[in-house]
Design a protein around this ligand. Structure first.
Ligand code: PLP
Length: 395
């Protein structure tokens, strides 16, 4: 029998952290040893059954895993394709982000680091990191752009409630990419005592690989749950939204060696794969939105979680070898999809996974997604955080 299309994919990167030509470790000299130390610690932890068991127990007893797969009967009738949702909206803190921060906080503790720093844009990764730090009694500092702090006052308050210190970043565009630069600066100065908790499958090796491994649980659960629901079969198509790409990477990892087509849904104003070119930012090489001079462009999206000009390097690789396909959805289609899921299934999604649903709605019944297909969609988070913004937009 011939091997399935992805049997060799989504395993370990090369020793220098590459997925094909993408990834790597492009950093100031001072941070190279920190990444090497982290890589070694992660390799050891991930091969240690006691670490893996504790990680699994916390995800079960604290974060609420496994999350269910929900069959959407009314939505499926409406679209003519069978839609199954992987319900990361039901995980503690309301999204898949908890999987990653629990893993990294456990790793920080194992490495003997008592101080954790993170960057955040909309505040979701900051809240998740503050949550895990509270759980393990770790000091937590979150860097956040001044503009984002103003836009996301509620998340700033949540982080403070959880015992974190939020530091304002007033350089550059005063948004996420500046917060990342500031967090890296902190790390250079404090690497002996400090763990840097990165929020997606981005940054220098080993982060893209490590974060994918901490999110793999999403895809592995979903594959088993789909086989149960589909009498041993896999879905025809697996779709997830892509900001940095962590929920999609975790989802794809569970299906890459099956016959399922993999689709990543980007924001139209942040479609690094399709509208970007290869470049280096924040420590790794990947597709990146940039102007004709190679300057990083600003991304624009209705959803703060997809408002980033880059994408994780492994997604660039999966696109380049043709194993995954990357599409884009615009704000208007996303708002329609947001309402559709609320009205047909009683589930208010976050705006990020509403991009994945927008693609399903657009593609259903076409050659892209023929009638009668089965689609597994990762619902990466719940929409409570977006309700006020949508209320304003819909007037
Ligand atoms: C942060 C976030 C995303 C985007 O991050 P990825 O790393 O691409 O998964 C998507 N959905 C939700 C609900 C988020 O909070």
């Amino acid at each position: 029998m011939s091997r399935p299309p992805g049997a060799e994919l989504m395993r370990d990167p090369t020793p220098d952290g590459r997925f094909g030509e993408f990834g790597g470790r492009f950093l100031p000299e001072a941070l190279v040893p920190a990444c090497q130390e982290l890589e070694e610690a992660f390799r050891g932890a991930w091969a240690d059954p006691a670490f893996v068991a504790e990680y699994g127990a916390i995800l079960r007893d604290y974060a609420g895993r496994p999350t269910p797969v929900t069959e959407c009967h009314r939505l499926s009738d409406r679209l003519g394709v069978r839609v199954l949702l992987k319900r990361e909206d039901l995980a503690h803190t309301g999204s898949h982000k908890i999987n990653n921060v629990v893993g990294q906080a456990l790793l920080a503790r194992r490495m003997g680091k008592r101080r954790v720093i993170a960057e955040t844009g909309a505040g979701q990764h900051g809240v998740a990191t503050a949550t895990a730090c509270a759980l393990f009694g770790l000091e937590c500092v979150v860097y956040m752009g001044e503009v984002d702090i103003r836009r996301q006052a509620l998340n700033v308050f949540r982080m403070q409630l959880l015992g974190a210190e939020v530091r304002t970043v007033s350089s550059g565009s005063r948004t996420l990419k500046d917060a990342i630069n500031e967090a890296l600066r902190d790390w250079v100065a404090s690497v002996e005592t400090t763990y840097y908790c990165l929020g997606s499958v981005m940054g220098p090796h080993p982060y893209p690989w490590m974060v994918r491994e901490f999110q793999r649980v999403v895809g592995e659960e979903a594959r088993a749950q789909c086989r149960q629901l589909l009498a041993g079969a896999d879905p025809d198509v697996v779709v997830a939204c892509v900001g940095g790409g962590s929920n999609a990477a975790g989802t794809f990892a569970g299906f890459v060696d099956t016959g399922a087509r993999l689709v990543g849904a980007q924001a139209a104003g942040g479609a690094a794969i399709g509208h970007g070119a290869p470049g280096v930012v924040h420590g790794s090489k990947s597709f990146l939105l940039q102007d004709e001079h190679g300057q990083v462009s600003e991304a624009h999206s209705i959803s703060a979680g997809l408002d980033y000009p880059g994408v994780g390097p492994e997604h660039s690789y999966l696109a380049s070898v043709g194993r995954a396909q990357y599409v884009a959805a615009d704000d208007a289609e996303v708002l329609d999809a947001f309402r559709l899921l609320a009205e047909t299934e009683g589930i208010i999604p976050a705006l990020e996974p509403a991009h994945a649903l927008a693609w399903v709605v657009r593609a259903a019944g076409t050659a892209e997604l023929p009638a009668g297909s089965t689609v597994l969609l990762t619902l990466s988070g719940r929409g409570d955080k977006d309700a006020a913004e949508v209320m304003e937009l819909l007037g």
